[in-house]
Every structure is written in structure tokens, then in C-alpha cells.
Design a binder for this molecule. Structure first.
Ligand code: 3PG
Length: 210
């Protein structure tokens, strides 16, 4: 599963974090992101329509790898797998969700924001973690400081990442890719502005991870 997660996270420099209120918006957004060059997506489980949105993207949009995000309960892990998710993401690490995610047949990316949390994950054999909320928790300087003491952990900084600071995260040797909602802004999704999402995706896809 670690190799599968590594392969997923190395597919694109930016992992769009997406919240949908209709499956149709999800399908159109996923197509625009894919056509712009971002093939891996995280759909947050924050709306009542989130599972339907995820299922629709899995069934209708070819060539994308779809993660289920904001997983806070073990039951959500099972539901996301049933809906066809390719991987799982949480903003933090709780023992119940960590157990459910670790036992799942698909890769799981738990979240951390401190060295202690990172050590606890490393102790369990994890090599990847979401770093959330990246900006408020300390930004690129914080992650850079973890390279020496925790050389085997790689991070997906998310939360306050945008076009202006993505490259400073991506230049770090312990960053796999960055996550963020800026490539598919909520107002663009609501307005059905797939062209804008496509061009934001194109710009993001041109960023380079180390
Ligand atoms: C997440 O769940 O990962 C965040 O809400 C994304 O943060 P952003 O909106 O600041 O990109």
C-alpha cells in the first residue's frame, strides 16, 4: 500500500481538495482538472452529496484517481471504499480512524501538524502524511525543519497553499505534492466556470515537485 500511495502522490504536483454539493458539478470539475493535467483529486466528505459526487466521478470520469477526504469516523472509511475511492485522507490522526484506514484495502493518508504526531505515524511504519493546516502550522520553514530529524517521512502540505506559495513547499525534499482548493475555487464550481478551473489546473500542473 505504501508503494501505491507513493505512486498516487507522485502523479501530479498538486492534489485538488474539492467540496461538492452536486454529482454533476463534481463530474465537470473533475474533467476540467484532468484535462488541465491534474489527475489525482481529493473529494471531501463535508457535504451530504459527497459520496454521490465521489461515485459519479469514479464512474464517469476516466483517467482520474479519486481520494475521499475529511474522514473523521471509521464508518466514513467503509462508505468511501464502497463508493469506489482509490485512497483515503484525514486532516489529522485519531486512533479509530487510523486503525480503519490502516486496515483498509486502499492507501490511507492521515494528517499531522506536529513532530510528535509525525513520530507516532513513523513508529507505525507510515512514510506519508498530510501536513495540515500547512500555513497556520508553520509553512515551508516548519516542514524544512523536519527533514533532519524525520528523514523518512514525506508530506502533503494542505491548508493555505495556493499558486503564490506552492513552489516553496514543492522545492523541499520531504514534500510529495501539495494539496489545496485554490485550483477549483468554490465560486467557479458554483458558476460552472470549467474554463477557469481548467486554466488554474494547467498552471498548477506545470509546478515541479523535487
Ligand atoms: C483541506 O481539507 O485539506 C483544506 O480545507 C484545504 O485547504 P485550503 O482550502 O486552504 O486549500
Amino acid at each position: 500500500k505504501t508503494e501505491r500511495l507513493a505512486a498516487i502522490l507522485s502523479r501530479s504536483p498538486v492534489l485538488p481538495v474539492l467540496t461538492f454539493s452536486t454529482p454533476k458539478a463534481a463530474v465537470e470539475t473533475a474533467k476540467a482538472l484532468r484535462d488541465g493535467g491534474l489527475m489525482v483529486l481529493e473529494i471531501t466528505m463535508r457535504t451530504p452529496q459527497a459520496l454521490d459526487a465521489l461515485r459519479a466521478v469514479v464512474e464517469e470520469v476516466e483517467g482520474v484517481t479519486v481520494g475521499a477526504g475529511t474522514l473523521l469516523e471509521p464508518e466514513q472509511v467503509q462508505a468511501a471504499i464502497a463508493a469506489g475511492a482509490d485512497f483515503l485522507v484525514s486532516p489529522g490522526t485519531s486512533s479509530r480512524v487510523l486503525a480503519a484506514g490502516s486496515e483498509a484495502p486502499i492507501p490511507y493518508l492521515p494528517g499531522v501538524s506536529t513532530p510528535s504526531e509525525a513520530m507516532q505515524l513513523a513508529e507505525r511504519g507510515a512514510t506519508f502524511a498530510k501536513f495540515f493546516p500547512a500555513g497556520p502550522a508553520g509553512g515551508p520553514a516548519f516542514l524544512k525543519a523536519l527533514i533532519a530529524p524525520l528523514p523518512d517521512l514525506h508530506f502533503v502540505p494542505t491548508g493555505g497553499v495556493d499558486a503564490s506559495n506552492a513552489q516553496s513547499y514543492l522545492s523541499l525534499s520531504n514534500v510529495a505534492c501539495v494539496g489545496g482548493s485554490w485550483v477549483a475555487p468554490q465560486d467557479a464550481i458554483e458558476a460552472g466556470d470549467w474554463g477557469r478551473i481548467g486554466s488554474l489546473a494547467k498552471e498548477a500542473a506545470a509546478l515541479k515537485a523535487r
